[in-house]
Write a protein that binds this ligand. Structure first.
Ligand code: AOF
Ligand code: ZN
Length: 376
């Protein structure tokens, strides 16, 4: 169930239909970013007349799409996961569509923070429509639409960190031997998740050990292929690396000293980005700043442990995706990076320093995905 504090009381049928709108919105993953994922339901006396979501960036908004197929919507209620927009952007204002359809009540979940698009709720109220919303808080809305509600856009992209671990908190057996902890369904989910990010980042050890392709090969074909980003401080990536093959653009991040030679060696097969070195490592804060300047709004980091620790230590992570596989690795296995140390956990807690479980855990085959969000 979605959090529904504030905004007045909602009856159970209203809650159900509003939650349905939020669920419909999720279908836009990978297709609408950086716009929000939005779903809408048109109902009369709780009987559903139409459902829709925002399917494609630049395409019809969820509310307008639902009203376009609802038939007569006079005196109906529109449930929407985001406050209806009141601006003319790539499409006409949803508030106008709602008013001309004769909808008498709007129930919405998240407030639209946009200076031009926001305020549609008040606009409709002013014109005699009953409006209930917003419900919940920014942190809840951000959990559903992390990139849209990300507040540090100018400084860095929204950063997600993914890891898979065993029941005894290990990411791999002793000796660096590679094994798959999670099953097929969880791996498919990772591919689906990739589709919603602008960039997929891995550290040096990971590309050396796994030779990954870092493409999104799941059920969602991303609207824009995520840029593959690899850290390579010493400029060692071989031309045969899979990450350099095929379509999506690749960005090799290296130190300024290695950049010219690397650029020559790669001969245009990947873009090379030189960032300063802080201590013995590439300056990740600077890297993210530059990625933000290049227009990347989100990055998914997929390993390994060293990169994860650097990111957490630098306070550079907004979300952690933890896949828990129902198996034991054994005492000598490599522990999942010591998340708790970097999150400043002092005692057993379900929430601390803004970190919290906000989305429901999800099952993928035998594995469980737990998503931890920071903020609010
Ligand atoms: C969407 N889909 O279903 C709703 C949105 O770029 P535009 O012109 O399509 O406008 C995008 C803005 O409209 C978006 O940032 C948000 O403020 C508002 N509502 N956007 O893309 C939708 N309802
Ligand atoms: Zn709209």
């Amino acid at each position: 169930m979605i959090p529904l504090s504030g905004g007045g009381r909602l009856d159970p049928p209203d809650r159900r239909l509003l939650a349905r709108a939020v669920a419909l919105g999720r279908k836009g993953w990978g297709r609408v970013h950086p716009n929000p994922m939005v779903g809408a339901v048109v109902a009369r006396n709780q009987r559903v007349l139409a459902e829709a979501c925002h399917e494609e960036f630049g395409g019809p908004h969820a509310e307008a799409a639902a009203l376009a197929v609802s038939g007569d919507a006079r005196d109906a209620t529109l449930y929407t996961s985001l406050e209806p927009c009141r601006h003319t952007g790539k499409t006409p204002p949803c508030t106008e569509a709602i008013r001309s359809a004769g909808v008498s009540r709007v129930v919405y979940w998240a407030a639209d923070p946009g200076p031009e698009s926001g305020g549609g709720g008040a606009w409709l109220r002013h014109r005699g429509c009953r409006v209930d919303g917003p419900f919940g808080h920014r942190a809840h809305w951000a959990a559903e639409n992390p990139v849209f509600f990300h507040t540090r856009k100018a400084i860095r992209p929204f950063v997600g960190l993914k890891l898979a671990m065993s029941l005894d908190g290990r990411i791999a057996p002793a000796g660096g031997q590679r094994v798959w902890l999670t099953g097929r369904e969880a791996r498919e989910e990772v591919h689906r998740l990739r589709a919603g990010f602008d960039g997929i980042l891995v550290g040096t050890r990971t590309w050396k050990a796994d030779d990954p392709r870092l493409t999104a090969r799941g059920s969602v074909v991303p609207r824009i292929l995520p840029v593959r980003i690899i850290l390579d401080r010493r400029g060692e990536v071989p031309g045969s690396a899979q990450v350099l093959a095929d379509d999506p653009p690749t960005l090799v991040v290296t130190s300024s000293c290695e950049a010219p030679g690397l650029r020559d060696r790669l001969g245009g097969r990947a873009d090379v980005l030189a960032v300063p070195v802080a201590g013995t490592r590439l300056d990740l804060r600077e890297l993210f700043q530059r990625l933000a300047r290049r227009g990347l709004t989100s990055v998914l980091c997929e390993g390994g442990g060293t990169l994860a620790v650097s990111l957490l230590a630098g306070g550079l992570v907004d979300r952690i995706y933890i896949f828990v596989a129902p198996l034991f690795v054994g005492g000598k296995g490599i522990p999942a990076f010591p998340v708790a140390d970097f999150l400043n956990v002092k005692a057993p807690a379900r929430s601390f320093g803004g970190w919290k479980l906000r989305l429901d855990p999800a099952r993928f085959g035998d594995d469980t995905l737990i998503v931890w969000d920071r903020g609010g």
